[in-house]
Ligand binder design. Structure first.
Ligand code: CMC
Length: 427
């Protein structure tokens, strides 16, 4: 295989190096293109642009492969706990038992927030969308933890990681509890990471909390499946914000905002709302399939399609099975699950979706599980954020370790050419 590509423009020829990833992915390195030929690359939506080299997550959209640090997602979802996966993503290797326990203890030591954050939370209207509130509170962590923001100090970076892993679940549970009108509480130091999250969220003020292993297991699986997905919209946001040397809390707060949109993490909320609409419309699945195909209608089949997966989303397969198991185990009968299955089957047999390689993505079934757990629909994307946290941290840390330059794309200007100012009385 050739290690370079020749490009000719205006009679001048240049050689650009080919970069090969560890799984054989190829890229042309265009760093010197502008300097040599006066050209930049134009790629709106970055459909064909590699923004960095990364050793964290590998995915092959054609084969439906997803691996964290070399480990298959199916195996991790089956055998690992969430904290092991978080450690793997952030530090590169699965932890030994001692490393795991020490990480958990350090996180537990940071599992509290300044009580003044409650005042900020209380000043939001109860109707505020939880993603906006979570992003604001996460950003607020910077103000309350000024000793974890020096991005050049390894110890401060480590502190920021442990603090965020400890504090974000509290903020998530508080956002949820505020919405549900429940008192704001802290966790139980003795519990595992996910078990503690479930307790912080679901504990009622009037009765003893009894853990439900079905809920804990499903939550673990969902968090693992959402933990990283290479250079998606929110992760790229975290990296690009961090590239200006903004701290971890500020970068992750920006990632939460990026995740909120319905084309990204907000799709899990949009899916269940769409399924509810179909249910209330006499379960007329075909009508919504036609709407999604109609180019004059902005409606899209939510939970369908993916920028990278053009075969199937391996996470969707695991989540579909988990949704079945959880609903069965909890004894929940949800007509929305039947509508989802019918919608999936109809779309997969329809030429429009087949031709465009549109398959259910991770968000198609996840909302149904959250719903069975009793989590309100506006909280689904918050749960996604909780799962994505280790990925954002790992990517931000990698970006710092590799001393990446500030992210600053160029553009092709298409506006007015130079013109003279006309004073207001002459316009
Ligand atoms: N329903 C109907 N048509 C669709 C859909 C859909 N869900 N997704 C893509 N298409 C069509 C699109 O109209 C276009 O058709 P044409 O070639 O005739 O113009 C073609 O498929 C290619 O679509 P695209 O928008 O160019 O593809 P993209 O890679 O830019 O977008 C996507 C990927 C995920 C934003 C898109 O598939 C979508 O909007 N899906 C629905 C929202 C969703 O489920 N998002 C969650 C993504 S997975 C989790 C995450 O990332 O957070």
């Amino acid at each position: 295989m050739s290690s370079k590509i020749n490009l000719e423009f205006n009679g001048k020829e240049v050689e650009l190096p080919i970069v090969e990833g560890s799984e054989g992915e190829l890229a042309v390195d265009v760093k010197s293109l502008r300097q040599q030929l006066g050209l930049i690359t134009l790629d709106p939506g970055y459909k064909n642009t590699g923004s960095c080299e990364s050793g964290i997550t590998f995915l092959d959209g054609e084969k439906g492969t997803l691996r964290y640090r070399g480990y298959e997602i199916d195996e991790l979802a089956e055998k690992a706990n969430f904290l092991e996966v978080a450690y793997l993503l952030i530090f590169g290797e699965l932890p030994t038992q001692e490393q795991h326990d020490a990480f958990l203890i350090e996180i537990k030591e940071e599992s509290y927030v300044d009580e003044d954050l409650k005042k900020i939370l209380e000043s939001f209207p109860k109707s505020a969308h939880p993603m906006g509130v979570l992003s604001s509170l996460t950003s607020g962590l910077t103000a309350f933890n000024p000793s974890s923001v020096d991005v050049n100090a390894d110890d401060q970076i480590y502190n920021a990681i442990v603090r965020l892993m400890g504090k974000l679940p509290i903020l998530v549970s508080w956002v949820y509890r505020k919405r549900m009108g429940l008192p704001l509480k802290y966790g139980d130091y003795a519990l595992g990471y996910v078990e503690n999250i479930a307790r912080m969220m679901f504990r009622k003020p009037n009765k003893e909390y009894v853990a439900n292993p079905i809920v804990d297991n499903a939550l673990t699986k969902l968090l693992i499946l959402h933990a990283d997905h290479e250079q998606n919209c929110s992760t790229s946001t975290v990296r690009i914000v961090g590239s200006s040397h903004a701290g971890l809390f500020a970068s992750v707060a920006a990632g939460i905002s990026a995740l909120w949109g319905p084309l990204h993490g907000g799709a899990n909320q949009a899916v269940v709302e769409m399924l509810e609409d179909i249910k209330n419309d006499d379960g007329d699945v075909q009508k919504y399939i036609e709407k999604a195909k109609d180019k004059s209608d902005p409606f899209r089949l939510m939970g369908f399609g993916h920028r990278v997966y053009k075969n199937f989303d391996p996470r969707a397969r695991i989540i579909k099975k988990t949704a079945h198991d959880v609903l069965n185990d909890l004894g929940v009968v949800d007509p929305v699950l039947d509508i989802a299955k019918k919608l999936e089957q109809t779309a997969l047999e329809d030429e429009y979706f087949v031709k465009r390689k549109l398959y259910p993505n991770v968000d198609f079934y996840s909302g149904i599980i959250y719903r069975a757990m009793g989590i309100p629909v506006e909280m689904y994307t918050v749960m996604f954020a909780l799962g994505r946290l280790p990925g954002w941290i790992a990517q931000w840390r990698e970006m710092r370790k590799r001393k990446e330059p500030i992210g600053r794309p160029r553009q092709i200007y298409t506006g007015e050419q130079k013109r003279s100012f006309v004073s207001i009385d002459k316009r």
